[in-house]
Design a protein around this ligand. Sequence first.
Ligand SMILES: Cc1ncc(COP(=O)(O)O)c(C=O)c1O
Length: 471
Amino acid sequence: MDRALRQDEARALRRAAAHALRYREAATGATVPPAAGVGEMMGRFRTALHDKGMAATEVIDTIARDAEDGLNRMSSPNFYGYVMGGSHPVGVAADMMVSAWGQNAGSSFETPAITAMERAVCDWGLDLLGLPADCGVGLVTGASVANMVAVMAARNALLAAQGWDVEAQGLHGAPEIPVLIGNDAHSAPFAALRYAGFGAERAIRVATDDQGRIAPEPFFEALDRCKAPPLVVLQAGQINTGAFDPFAALIPAVRAKGGWVHVDGAFGLWLAAVPELAGRLAGVQGADSWAVDLHKWLNAPFDAGMVICRDRAPLVRSMTARGAYLPALSDQWEPADSTPELSRRARGVPSYAIMRHLGRAGVRALIARHCALAERAAGLLAAEPGISVLNEIHSNQVAVTFGEGAEGDAQTEAVLAHVQKRGRVYPTHGTWRGRQIMRISVICHATQQADIELLAAEVIGAWRQVGKGAL
Ligand SMILES: Cc1ncc(COP(=O)(O)O)c(C=O)c1O
Protein backbone atom coordinates (compact mmCIF):
# COMPACT_ATOMS: atom_id res chain seq x y z
CA MET A 1 0.00 0.00 0.00
CA ASP A 2 1.27 3.45 -0.90
CA ARG A 3 2.35 5.46 2.13
CA ALA A 4 -0.14 8.17 1.13
CA LEU A 5 -2.94 5.97 2.39
CA ARG A 6 -2.68 3.89 5.55
CA GLN A 7 -4.73 0.73 5.87
CA ASP A 8 -7.19 2.17 8.37
CA GLU A 9 -7.69 5.18 6.11
CA ALA A 10 -8.38 2.92 3.13
CA ARG A 11 -10.87 1.01 5.28
CA ALA A 12 -12.54 4.29 6.25
CA LEU A 13 -12.97 5.21 2.58
CA ARG A 14 -14.56 1.83 1.85
CA ARG A 15 -16.82 2.11 4.90
CA ALA A 16 -17.93 5.59 3.83
CA ALA A 17 -18.80 4.28 0.35
CA ALA A 18 -20.75 1.39 1.93
CA HIS A 19 -22.66 3.73 4.27
CA ALA A 20 -23.44 6.07 1.38
CA LEU A 21 -24.75 3.20 -0.71
CA ARG A 22 -26.87 1.81 2.10
CA TYR A 23 -28.35 5.26 2.73
CA ARG A 24 -29.30 5.75 -0.91
CA GLU A 25 -30.72 2.25 -1.26
CA ALA A 26 -33.03 2.91 1.69
CA ALA A 27 -34.28 6.25 0.33
CA THR A 28 -37.59 4.93 -0.99
CA GLY A 29 -40.04 3.56 1.53
CA ALA A 30 -38.41 5.30 4.48
CA THR A 31 -40.04 8.40 5.94
CA VAL A 32 -38.71 11.60 4.44
CA PRO A 33 -38.17 14.15 7.26
CA PRO A 34 -35.66 13.63 10.07
CA ALA A 35 -37.01 11.76 13.11
CA ALA A 36 -34.68 13.63 15.46
CA GLY A 37 -34.46 17.41 15.84
CA VAL A 38 -31.53 19.76 16.07
CA GLY A 39 -31.45 19.60 19.91
CA GLU A 40 -30.93 15.84 19.79
CA MET A 41 -28.30 16.20 17.07
CA MET A 42 -26.41 18.92 18.97
CA GLY A 43 -26.33 16.61 21.95
CA ARG A 44 -24.79 13.86 19.87
CA PHE A 45 -22.32 15.83 17.81
CA ARG A 46 -21.47 19.01 19.73
CA THR A 47 -19.33 17.30 22.30
CA ALA A 48 -16.13 18.57 23.85
CA LEU A 49 -13.13 18.05 21.58
CA HIS A 50 -11.29 15.10 23.10
CA ASP A 51 -7.54 15.09 23.53
CA LYS A 52 -7.31 11.61 22.15
CA GLY A 53 -8.44 11.03 18.56
CA MET A 54 -10.59 8.18 17.26
CA ALA A 55 -9.72 5.46 14.77
CA ALA A 56 -10.57 6.37 11.15
CA THR A 57 -13.22 3.68 10.62
CA GLU A 58 -14.79 4.38 14.00
CA VAL A 59 -15.17 8.06 13.10
CA ILE A 60 -16.95 7.19 9.86
CA ASP A 61 -19.17 4.54 11.46
CA THR A 62 -20.06 6.89 14.33
CA ILE A 63 -20.99 9.73 12.00
CA ALA A 64 -23.10 7.43 9.81
CA ARG A 65 -24.89 5.94 12.81
CA ASP A 66 -25.50 9.17 14.71
CA ALA A 67 -26.53 11.27 11.69
CA GLU A 68 -29.02 8.86 10.15
CA ASP A 69 -32.17 9.97 11.99
CA GLY A 70 -31.16 13.64 11.76
CA LEU A 71 -31.06 13.64 7.96
CA ASN A 72 -33.92 14.77 5.74
CA ARG A 73 -34.21 12.45 2.74
CA MET A 74 -33.92 15.26 0.22
CA SER A 75 -32.81 12.74 -2.40
CA SER A 76 -36.08 10.80 -2.04
CA PRO A 77 -38.61 10.82 -4.91
CA ASN A 78 -41.16 11.84 -2.26
CA PHE A 79 -39.37 15.05 -1.26
CA TYR A 80 -41.30 18.01 -2.73
CA GLY A 81 -40.06 20.76 -0.42
CA TYR A 82 -38.63 24.16 -1.39
CA VAL A 83 -37.05 23.73 -4.85
CA MET A 84 -34.28 21.20 -4.40
CA GLY A 85 -32.91 18.57 -6.73
CA GLY A 86 -32.37 15.03 -5.51
CA SER A 87 -28.59 14.58 -5.94
CA HIS A 88 -28.49 12.21 -8.91
CA PRO A 89 -26.54 9.04 -8.00
CA VAL A 90 -24.21 9.37 -11.00
CA GLY A 91 -23.36 12.89 -9.85
CA VAL A 92 -22.83 11.62 -6.31
CA ALA A 93 -20.50 8.90 -7.62
CA ALA A 94 -18.46 11.54 -9.45
CA ASP A 95 -18.53 13.75 -6.36
CA MET A 96 -16.91 11.00 -4.32
CA MET A 97 -14.01 11.03 -6.78
CA VAL A 98 -13.90 14.83 -6.59
CA SER A 99 -13.34 14.61 -2.84
CA ALA A 100 -10.79 11.84 -3.21
CA TRP A 101 -8.86 13.69 -5.91
CA GLY A 102 -8.62 16.71 -3.63
CA GLN A 103 -8.19 19.15 -6.50
CA ASN A 104 -8.24 22.87 -6.02
CA ALA A 105 -10.17 23.68 -9.19
CA GLY A 106 -9.04 27.30 -9.57
CA SER A 107 -6.43 26.92 -12.32
CA SER A 108 -6.24 25.09 -15.66
CA PHE A 109 -2.45 24.96 -15.32
CA GLU A 110 -2.58 23.01 -12.05
CA THR A 111 -5.53 20.71 -12.73
CA PRO A 112 -6.17 20.45 -16.46
CA ALA A 113 -8.52 17.45 -16.25
CA ILE A 114 -10.91 19.30 -13.95
CA THR A 115 -10.80 22.47 -16.05
CA ALA A 116 -11.60 20.47 -19.18
CA MET A 117 -14.59 18.74 -17.55
CA GLU A 118 -15.88 21.99 -16.05
CA ARG A 119 -15.42 23.79 -19.35
CA ALA A 120 -17.51 21.06 -21.00
CA VAL A 121 -20.25 21.68 -18.40
CA CYS A 122 -20.22 25.38 -19.35
CA ASP A 123 -20.37 24.53 -23.08
CA TRP A 124 -23.10 21.94 -22.66
CA GLY A 125 -25.09 24.14 -20.28
CA LEU A 126 -25.05 27.03 -22.80
CA ASP A 127 -25.96 24.67 -25.59
CA LEU A 128 -28.87 23.11 -23.65
CA LEU A 129 -30.20 26.51 -22.60
CA GLY A 130 -29.92 27.95 -26.11
CA LEU A 131 -27.43 30.66 -25.08
CA PRO A 132 -24.50 31.90 -27.19
CA ALA A 133 -21.44 29.65 -27.01
CA ASP A 134 -19.11 32.57 -26.25
CA CYS A 135 -20.88 33.68 -23.06
CA GLY A 136 -18.74 33.99 -19.92
CA VAL A 137 -19.60 31.31 -17.36
CA GLY A 138 -18.63 30.87 -13.72
CA LEU A 139 -19.31 27.69 -11.77
CA VAL A 140 -20.55 28.91 -8.41
CA THR A 141 -22.25 27.37 -5.39
CA GLY A 142 -25.80 28.06 -6.57
CA ALA A 143 -28.26 30.65 -7.77
CA SER A 144 -27.76 32.97 -4.77
CA VAL A 145 -24.11 33.47 -5.64
CA ALA A 146 -24.85 33.39 -9.38
CA ASN A 147 -27.29 36.28 -8.91
CA MET A 148 -24.75 38.18 -6.85
CA VAL A 149 -21.94 37.72 -9.37
CA ALA A 150 -24.18 38.68 -12.29
CA VAL A 151 -25.31 41.83 -10.49
CA MET A 152 -21.65 42.70 -9.87
CA ALA A 153 -20.84 42.17 -13.56
CA ALA A 154 -23.79 44.40 -14.45
CA ARG A 155 -22.55 47.02 -12.00
CA ASN A 156 -19.14 46.95 -13.66
CA ALA A 157 -20.56 47.32 -17.19
CA LEU A 158 -23.23 49.94 -16.44
CA LEU A 159 -20.83 52.14 -14.51
CA ALA A 160 -18.05 51.71 -17.08
CA ALA A 161 -20.51 52.95 -19.72
CA GLN A 162 -20.85 56.12 -17.62
CA GLY A 163 -17.07 56.47 -17.34
CA TRP A 164 -16.75 55.05 -13.83
CA ASP A 165 -14.39 52.21 -12.89
CA VAL A 166 -16.19 50.63 -9.96
CA GLU A 167 -13.49 48.01 -9.40
CA ALA A 168 -10.95 50.78 -8.76
CA GLN A 169 -13.14 53.52 -7.25
CA GLY A 170 -15.91 51.63 -5.49
CA LEU A 171 -19.43 53.02 -5.24
CA HIS A 172 -18.80 56.23 -3.28
CA GLY A 173 -19.43 59.10 -5.65
CA ALA A 174 -20.41 56.79 -8.51
CA PRO A 175 -23.21 57.75 -10.91
CA GLU A 176 -26.62 56.39 -9.89
CA ILE A 177 -27.82 53.18 -11.49
CA PRO A 178 -31.62 52.69 -11.38
CA VAL A 179 -32.70 49.14 -10.55
CA LEU A 180 -36.04 47.60 -11.54
CA ILE A 181 -37.25 44.27 -10.16
CA GLY A 182 -40.59 42.44 -10.06
CA ASN A 183 -42.67 42.53 -6.90
CA ASP A 184 -42.67 38.73 -6.69
CA ALA A 185 -38.96 38.17 -7.24
CA HIS A 186 -37.22 35.59 -5.04
CA SER A 187 -35.31 36.85 -2.01
CA ALA A 188 -31.99 35.86 -3.63
CA PRO A 189 -31.79 38.74 -6.17
CA PHE A 190 -32.73 41.20 -3.41
CA ALA A 191 -29.82 39.81 -1.40
CA ALA A 192 -27.63 40.13 -4.50
CA LEU A 193 -28.55 43.82 -4.76
CA ARG A 194 -27.57 44.26 -1.11
CA TYR A 195 -24.24 42.45 -1.51
CA ALA A 196 -23.40 44.57 -4.57
CA GLY A 197 -24.08 47.84 -2.76
CA PHE A 198 -27.25 48.70 -4.71
CA GLY A 199 -29.47 48.28 -1.65
CA ALA A 200 -32.52 46.03 -1.68
CA GLU A 201 -34.97 48.77 -0.66
CA ARG A 202 -33.73 51.24 -3.24
CA ALA A 203 -34.78 48.96 -6.12
CA ILE A 204 -38.03 49.98 -7.84
CA ARG A 205 -40.45 47.11 -7.42
CA VAL A 206 -42.72 46.65 -10.40
CA ALA A 207 -46.30 45.35 -10.08
CA THR A 208 -47.01 41.76 -11.09
CA ASP A 209 -50.07 39.79 -12.22
CA ASP A 210 -51.86 36.95 -10.41
CA GLN A 211 -49.11 34.50 -11.43
CA GLY A 212 -46.31 36.74 -10.16
CA ARG A 213 -45.22 37.87 -13.65
CA ILE A 214 -44.14 41.48 -14.19
CA ALA A 215 -47.01 43.44 -15.74
CA PRO A 216 -45.70 45.16 -18.92
CA GLU A 217 -47.51 48.50 -18.53
CA PRO A 218 -46.22 49.52 -15.10
CA PHE A 219 -42.85 48.15 -16.16
CA PHE A 220 -42.64 50.41 -19.20
CA GLU A 221 -43.74 53.39 -17.10
CA ALA A 222 -40.99 52.66 -14.57
CA LEU A 223 -38.48 52.17 -17.38
CA ASP A 224 -39.45 55.52 -18.91
CA ARG A 225 -38.73 57.23 -15.58
CA CYS A 226 -35.16 55.83 -15.40
CA LYS A 227 -32.70 58.70 -15.85
CA ALA A 228 -29.77 56.37 -16.66
CA PRO A 229 -29.48 52.92 -18.24
CA PRO A 230 -30.91 50.63 -15.55
CA LEU A 231 -30.21 47.20 -14.15
CA VAL A 232 -33.38 45.16 -14.63
CA VAL A 233 -33.83 41.87 -12.78
CA LEU A 234 -36.32 39.45 -14.33
CA GLN A 235 -37.34 35.96 -13.27
CA ALA A 236 -37.66 32.59 -14.99
CA GLY A 237 -39.63 30.48 -12.52
CA GLN A 238 -41.52 32.22 -9.72
CA ILE A 239 -41.01 30.26 -6.51
CA ASN A 240 -44.75 29.69 -5.82
CA THR A 241 -46.22 29.58 -9.31
CA GLY A 242 -43.27 28.60 -11.50
CA ALA A 243 -44.25 31.44 -13.87
CA PHE A 244 -42.03 33.42 -16.24
CA ASP A 245 -41.76 37.15 -16.76
CA PRO A 246 -42.77 38.22 -20.30
CA PHE A 247 -39.21 38.35 -21.58
CA ALA A 248 -40.00 38.96 -25.25
CA ALA A 249 -41.97 42.09 -24.36
CA LEU A 250 -39.62 43.51 -21.71
CA ILE A 251 -36.04 42.73 -22.71
CA PRO A 252 -35.80 44.61 -26.02
CA ALA A 253 -37.10 47.80 -24.38
CA VAL A 254 -34.42 47.64 -21.66
CA ARG A 255 -31.66 46.95 -24.11
CA ALA A 256 -32.85 49.82 -26.32
CA LYS A 257 -32.30 52.05 -23.31
CA GLY A 258 -28.76 50.74 -22.82
CA GLY A 259 -29.75 48.83 -19.68
CA TRP A 260 -28.62 45.41 -18.46
CA VAL A 261 -31.16 42.61 -18.05
CA HIS A 262 -30.37 39.90 -15.56
CA VAL A 263 -32.58 36.80 -15.29
CA ASP A 264 -32.84 34.79 -12.11
CA GLY A 265 -33.56 31.39 -13.64
CA ALA A 266 -32.52 29.23 -10.69
CA PHE A 267 -34.79 26.38 -11.71
CA GLY A 268 -37.09 27.74 -14.42
CA LEU A 269 -34.41 28.55 -16.99
CA TRP A 270 -34.07 24.80 -17.55
CA LEU A 271 -37.34 24.79 -19.50
CA ALA A 272 -35.36 26.52 -22.26
CA ALA A 273 -33.67 23.14 -22.83
CA VAL A 274 -36.94 21.46 -23.80
CA PRO A 275 -38.16 22.39 -27.30
CA GLU A 276 -41.85 21.73 -26.45
CA LEU A 277 -41.66 23.97 -23.34
CA ALA A 278 -39.17 26.65 -24.37
CA GLY A 279 -41.96 28.84 -25.80
CA ARG A 280 -43.07 29.54 -22.21
CA LEU A 281 -39.94 31.64 -21.73
CA ALA A 282 -39.60 32.97 -25.25
CA GLY A 283 -37.17 35.85 -25.51
CA VAL A 284 -35.17 34.91 -22.39
CA GLN A 285 -32.05 34.46 -24.49
CA GLY A 286 -32.06 38.22 -25.18
CA ALA A 287 -30.89 39.04 -21.63
CA ASP A 288 -27.36 40.05 -20.60
CA SER A 289 -26.90 37.60 -17.73
CA TRP A 290 -28.55 34.56 -16.19
CA ALA A 291 -28.34 32.69 -12.89
CA VAL A 292 -29.18 28.98 -13.00
CA ASP A 293 -28.70 26.14 -10.59
CA LEU A 294 -27.15 22.81 -11.41
CA HIS A 295 -28.20 21.36 -8.04
CA LYS A 296 -31.87 22.03 -8.74
CA TRP A 297 -33.16 20.68 -12.02
CA LEU A 298 -30.02 18.93 -13.20
CA ASN A 299 -30.02 17.18 -9.80
CA ALA A 300 -26.29 17.75 -9.27
CA PRO A 301 -25.25 17.10 -5.68
CA PHE A 302 -25.08 20.30 -3.63
CA ASP A 303 -23.66 22.74 -4.33
CA ALA A 304 -23.46 23.88 -7.93
CA GLY A 305 -24.81 26.63 -10.13
CA MET A 306 -23.83 28.72 -13.14
CA VAL A 307 -23.54 32.46 -13.59
CA ILE A 308 -23.68 33.27 -17.28
CA CYS A 309 -22.86 36.62 -18.89
CA ARG A 310 -23.33 37.39 -22.58
CA ASP A 311 -20.23 39.60 -22.46
CA ARG A 312 -17.49 37.80 -20.58
CA ALA A 313 -15.39 40.93 -19.99
CA PRO A 314 -17.39 42.56 -17.15
CA LEU A 315 -17.77 39.16 -15.47
CA VAL A 316 -14.01 38.67 -15.41
CA ARG A 317 -13.29 42.30 -14.51
CA SER A 318 -15.60 42.06 -11.51
CA MET A 319 -14.43 38.66 -10.27
CA THR A 320 -10.79 38.10 -11.05
CA ALA A 321 -8.24 38.41 -8.24
CA ARG A 322 -4.70 37.67 -9.30
CA GLY A 323 -1.62 37.40 -7.14
CA ALA A 324 2.01 37.28 -8.24
CA TYR A 325 2.43 33.72 -6.91
CA LEU A 326 -0.47 32.35 -8.98
CA PRO A 327 -0.23 30.70 -12.39
CA ALA A 328 -0.14 33.24 -15.23
CA LEU A 329 -3.33 34.01 -17.13
CA SER A 330 -3.75 31.58 -19.98
CA ASP A 331 -5.88 31.94 -23.06
CA GLN A 332 -7.91 29.03 -21.67
CA TRP A 333 -11.07 29.52 -19.69
CA GLU A 334 -9.69 30.04 -16.19
CA PRO A 335 -12.17 28.76 -13.59
CA ALA A 336 -11.21 31.29 -10.91
CA ASP A 337 -11.65 34.28 -13.23
CA SER A 338 -15.44 34.11 -13.16
CA THR A 339 -16.15 33.26 -9.52
CA PRO A 340 -15.59 34.97 -6.17
CA GLU A 341 -13.46 32.11 -4.84
CA LEU A 342 -9.89 31.34 -5.75
CA SER A 343 -9.76 27.92 -4.06
CA ARG A 344 -12.73 25.64 -4.48
CA ARG A 345 -13.70 22.03 -4.98
CA ALA A 346 -14.19 20.71 -8.51
CA ARG A 347 -17.89 21.32 -8.27
CA GLY A 348 -18.52 21.07 -11.99
CA VAL A 349 -17.44 17.44 -12.24
CA PRO A 350 -20.66 15.87 -10.87
CA SER A 351 -22.64 17.92 -13.41
CA TYR A 352 -20.29 16.68 -16.12
CA ALA A 353 -21.09 13.09 -15.08
CA ILE A 354 -24.86 13.72 -14.99
CA MET A 355 -24.94 15.48 -18.37
CA ARG A 356 -22.83 12.75 -19.89
CA HIS A 357 -25.04 10.06 -18.35
CA LEU A 358 -28.39 11.61 -19.33
CA GLY A 359 -27.36 13.14 -22.63
CA ARG A 360 -29.36 15.91 -24.23
CA ALA A 361 -32.45 13.72 -24.57
CA GLY A 362 -32.25 12.60 -20.95
CA VAL A 363 -32.00 16.14 -19.59
CA ARG A 364 -34.97 17.19 -21.72
CA ALA A 365 -37.01 14.15 -20.66
CA LEU A 366 -36.29 14.82 -16.97
CA ILE A 367 -37.61 18.39 -17.13
CA ALA A 368 -40.58 17.53 -19.33
CA ARG A 369 -41.56 14.67 -17.00
CA HIS A 370 -41.50 16.90 -13.94
CA CYS A 371 -43.64 19.55 -15.65
CA ALA A 372 -46.16 16.89 -16.67
CA LEU A 373 -46.14 15.40 -13.15
CA ALA A 374 -46.78 18.83 -11.63
CA GLU A 375 -49.86 19.13 -13.86
CA ARG A 376 -50.95 15.66 -12.78
CA ALA A 377 -50.53 16.55 -9.10
CA ALA A 378 -52.50 19.77 -9.58
CA GLY A 379 -55.27 17.91 -11.40
CA LEU A 380 -55.60 15.20 -8.74
CA LEU A 381 -55.67 17.70 -5.89
CA ALA A 382 -58.01 20.23 -7.53
CA ALA A 383 -60.54 17.45 -8.18
CA GLU A 384 -61.06 17.06 -4.42
CA PRO A 385 -63.76 19.37 -2.97
CA GLY A 386 -62.24 22.04 -0.71
CA ILE A 387 -58.77 21.88 -2.27
CA SER A 388 -57.74 24.74 -4.56
CA VAL A 389 -54.67 25.04 -6.74
CA LEU A 390 -53.88 28.75 -6.85
CA ASN A 391 -51.55 28.80 -9.83
CA GLU A 392 -51.60 27.80 -13.45
CA ILE A 393 -48.96 25.13 -13.96
CA HIS A 394 -46.20 26.94 -15.84
CA SER A 395 -43.41 24.56 -14.85
CA ASN A 396 -42.99 22.33 -11.79
CA GLN A 397 -44.54 24.33 -8.92
CA VAL A 398 -47.98 23.73 -7.42
CA ALA A 399 -49.44 26.15 -4.83
CA VAL A 400 -52.28 24.50 -2.93
CA THR A 401 -54.75 25.81 -0.33
CA PHE A 402 -57.43 24.09 1.67
CA GLY A 403 -60.81 25.51 2.70
CA GLU A 404 -61.59 29.23 2.61
CA GLY A 405 -60.28 32.40 4.25
CA ALA A 406 -58.72 32.51 7.71
CA GLU A 407 -60.20 29.16 8.72
CA GLY A 408 -58.81 27.73 5.51
CA ASP A 409 -55.34 29.07 6.34
CA ALA A 410 -55.44 27.23 9.67
CA GLN A 411 -56.68 24.12 7.87
CA THR A 412 -53.88 24.42 5.29
CA GLU A 413 -51.33 24.53 8.10
CA ALA A 414 -52.97 21.53 9.77
CA VAL A 415 -53.00 19.48 6.55
CA LEU A 416 -49.33 20.27 5.89
CA ALA A 417 -48.32 19.47 9.47
CA HIS A 418 -50.12 16.14 9.28
CA VAL A 419 -48.64 15.20 5.92
CA GLN A 420 -45.14 16.11 7.08
CA LYS A 421 -45.58 14.23 10.37
CA ARG A 422 -46.60 11.05 8.56
CA GLY A 423 -43.52 11.69 6.44
CA ARG A 424 -44.37 9.47 3.47
CA VAL A 425 -44.23 12.58 1.26
CA TYR A 426 -42.77 15.97 2.07
CA PRO A 427 -44.17 19.21 0.60
CA THR A 428 -43.41 22.50 2.39
CA HIS A 429 -45.15 25.78 3.21
CA GLY A 430 -45.44 29.28 1.78
CA THR A 431 -47.81 32.18 1.28
CA TRP A 432 -49.33 33.32 -1.97
CA ARG A 433 -51.68 36.23 -2.56
CA GLY A 434 -52.64 36.45 1.09
CA ARG A 435 -53.21 32.72 1.58
CA GLN A 436 -51.18 30.10 3.43
CA ILE A 437 -50.19 27.46 0.91
CA MET A 438 -48.71 24.02 0.63
CA ARG A 439 -45.96 24.25 -1.98
CA ILE A 440 -45.17 21.23 -4.10
CA SER A 441 -42.01 21.26 -6.24
CA VAL A 442 -41.60 18.31 -8.58
CA ILE A 443 -37.87 18.21 -9.24
CA CYS A 444 -36.26 14.99 -7.97
CA HIS A 445 -34.80 12.83 -10.75
CA ALA A 446 -36.41 9.74 -9.19
CA THR A 447 -40.00 11.05 -8.97
CA GLN A 448 -42.44 9.14 -11.18
CA GLN A 449 -46.18 8.97 -11.73
CA ALA A 450 -46.73 6.47 -8.88
CA ASP A 451 -45.05 8.90 -6.46
CA ILE A 452 -47.46 11.63 -7.52
CA GLU A 453 -50.39 9.28 -6.87
CA LEU A 454 -48.99 8.68 -3.37
CA LEU A 455 -48.55 12.43 -2.85
CA ALA A 456 -52.15 13.11 -3.83
CA ALA A 457 -53.46 10.26 -1.65
CA GLU A 458 -51.52 11.50 1.38
CA VAL A 459 -52.62 15.11 0.94
CA ILE A 460 -56.26 14.31 0.20
CA GLY A 461 -56.35 11.85 3.10
CA ALA A 462 -55.05 14.50 5.49
CA TRP A 463 -57.50 17.09 4.15
CA ARG A 464 -60.47 14.77 4.64
CA GLN A 465 -59.44 14.27 8.27
CA VAL A 466 -58.94 18.00 8.83
CA GLY A 467 -62.24 18.77 7.11
CA LYS A 468 -64.00 16.36 9.49
CA GLY A 469 -62.34 18.08 12.43
CA ALA A 470 -60.47 14.85 13.19
CA LEU A 471 -57.08 16.58 13.27
C1 LIG B 1 -36.04 31.56 -8.09
C2 LIG B 1 -34.89 31.27 -7.17
N1 LIG B 1 -33.81 32.09 -7.17
C3 LIG B 1 -32.77 31.89 -6.37
C4 LIG B 1 -32.72 30.83 -5.51
C5 LIG B 1 -31.52 30.62 -4.63
O1 LIG B 1 -30.82 29.51 -5.11
P1 LIG B 1 -29.74 28.73 -4.22
O2 LIG B 1 -30.52 28.22 -3.04
O3 LIG B 1 -29.28 27.65 -5.13
O4 LIG B 1 -28.68 29.66 -3.84
C6 LIG B 1 -33.80 29.94 -5.47
C7 LIG B 1 -33.81 28.81 -4.53
O5 LIG B 1 -34.82 28.13 -4.36
C8 LIG B 1 -34.90 30.15 -6.34
O6 LIG B 1 -35.93 29.32 -6.36
